[in-house]
Design a protein around this ligand. Structure first.
Ligand code: BGP
Length: 473
């Protein structure tokens, strides 16, 4: 492929993504309150602690709070046209329930935006990325409570008013469909998952969906140029066998994921979800006002893509996949990462077609990448990582994005996950690295925090320079 026959359209936004709680550190600076992440030193793997503990790598992160200017300069060196980051809710409203925002927190993101503007990088802001203020989790059990809608709306309004003229692309909730499987991470719900009544879980989901639509409504009023997207985990599901019962199992699994996109794009609950709720005995408290709010649909659909899964109706074939928070059965035909996430570039094309056919909204791929153990070596006296495995992973996925573009799918852009190494969301490790930039910090908390360009850094710069023309596929 040469740059003249690239399927990527002019103006395609290339870049990378991070989240506040995984990079910023400075967990108690600038007036910030605690978030649920400050008491999750083991990620999803263990219950939360009573307070911040020294083994929690997120408390210091990769010190982006102090190094953001240098880090954004590195992104600019790769030619990023877009940088996706999240705003830490507890920097803006430290407890979550205050009437007035924390000016120091707002000023920090002004400075981040200054740097983006200096380099001509378009910001893509996630309003809530797995970082509910801890106080709201402790006092309300997170999104189980309807009060969360007001707290979130006040927070979103504050952001639109402050940054609405500077930020065009917004995401309301990171991976909103993960709340079904990770209620604490995604819903700020402290009640352990196995003790959470289905009615509480679905009511929490309803509150998040209403809050997301309310954010869209507020944006239309105070930031008319804003483009609002929902953000989903995309996980194409294949039948384990050709048995019709397996096709049905796929349909049911798909429905539980796609329902979130359906509500965001169509403005109402789909019939299959209402049936599911009836069958599991869940009666939701949905007001007329909620129904009217849900009518405020999104401008685009964004998603993360890491893997596909299989489904089957056969209980003997049903064993859970390693490291996969969303359930599903491992696919025997696919390789997996060191953390058991199955690698399936073709699945990306499949899911892009599915989303486009279903919703006819432009797509934005806002997370994709390979978490791997990297080894820092010296090449010509310069510390680096020879991450050919990461290059191969990204190349193969981007070739499939190109195929989807040729299929006619409309795509706004692509941001790799963890464009600079950061603390893992699921395992809270540093050693699960995704970046083009290596950060010298380790699972035991040691390290200088120095930044080093990996081999993939130059590779991605070339992909961006050629608008995908340098991809090999
Ligand atoms: C997504 C999250 C991110 C990110 C990524 C990789 O689910 O939105 O926050 O971390 O997955 O996951 P992990 O860090 O667990 O490897």
């Amino acid at each position: 492929m040469t740059s003249t026959d690239t399927p990527y359209p002019p103006g395609f936004l290339w870049g990378g993504a991070t989240a506040a709680n995984q990079v910023e550190g400075a967990y108690d600076e600038g007036g910030k309150g605690l978030s649920i992440q400050d008491v999750m030193p083991r990620g999803l793997m263990a219950p939360p602690t009573d307070g911040p503990t020294p083994d929690n790598l997120k408390l210091a992160g990769i010190d982006f709070y102090h190094r953001y200017a240098d880090d954004i300069a590195l992104f600019a060196e790769m030619g990023f046209g877009v940088y996706r980051f999240s705003i830490a809710w507890s920097r803006i409203f430290p407890r979550g329930d205050e009437a007035e925002p924390n000016e120091e927190g707002l000023a920090f993101y002004d400075r981040v935006l200054d740097e983006c503007e200096k380099h001509g990088i378009e910001p893509l802001v996630t309003i809530s990325h797995y970082e509910t203020p801890l106080h709201l989790a402790q006092t309300l059990d997170g999104w189980v409570s309807r009060e969360m809608v007001d707290h979130y709306a006040r927070y979103a309004r504050t952001l639109f008013e402050r940054y609405g003229s500077r930020v065009r692309y917004w995401l309301t909730f990171n991976e909103i469909n993960s709340v079904l499987h990770a209620p604490l991470l995604s819903g700020g719900i402290l009640t352990p998952k196995d003790q959470l009544a289905p009615t509480d879980l679905y009511q929490a989901i309803h509150h998040e969906l209403v809050a997301s639509a309310l954010a869209t409504k507020i944006a239309r009023e105070v930031a008319p140029d804003a483009q609002i997207g929902c953000m989903l985990i995309a996980m194409p599901t294949y039948p384990m066998t050709p048995a019709p019962a397996d096709a049905l199992a796929v349909m049911h699994a798909d429905h539980l994921n796609l329902a979130f996109g359906d509500v965001h794009c169509r403005g109402e609950y789909p019939g299959y979800l209402l049936r599911h709720l009836r069958e599991i005995g869940v009666e939701l408290d949905i007001t007329d006002e909620d129904r009217a709010t849900l009518r405020h649909t999104v401008d685009f659909v964004s998603f993360s893509y890491y893997m596909s899964v299989c489904e089957t109706a056969d209980p003997e074939l049903r064993q859970a996949g390693a490291g996969n928070i969303m359930g599903g059965v491992p696919n025997p035909t696919l390789p997996a990462s060191e953390w058991g996430w199955q690698i399936d570039p073709v699945g990306l094309r499949v899911v892009m077609n599915q989303f486009w056919d279903r919703w006819r909204k432009p797509l934005f791929i806002v997370e994709n990448g390979l978490g791997a153990k990297d080894e820092l070596v010296e090449v010509d006296g310069v510390p680096t990582v020879v991450d050919d495995y990461r290059i191969a992973y990204l190349n193969d996925h981007l070739v499939q994005v190109g195929e989807a573009l040729r299929d006619g799918v409309e795509v706004l852009g692509y941001t790799t996950w963890g464009c600079i190494d950061c603390v893992s969301a699921s395992t809270a490790q540093m050693s699960k690295r995704y970046g083009f930039v290596y950060v010298d910090r380790h699972d035991d908390g040691s390290g200088t925090l120095a930044r080093h360009r990996k081999k993939s850094f130059g590779w991605y710069r070339e992909v961006i320079r050629t608008n995908g023309g340098s991809l090999v596929g």
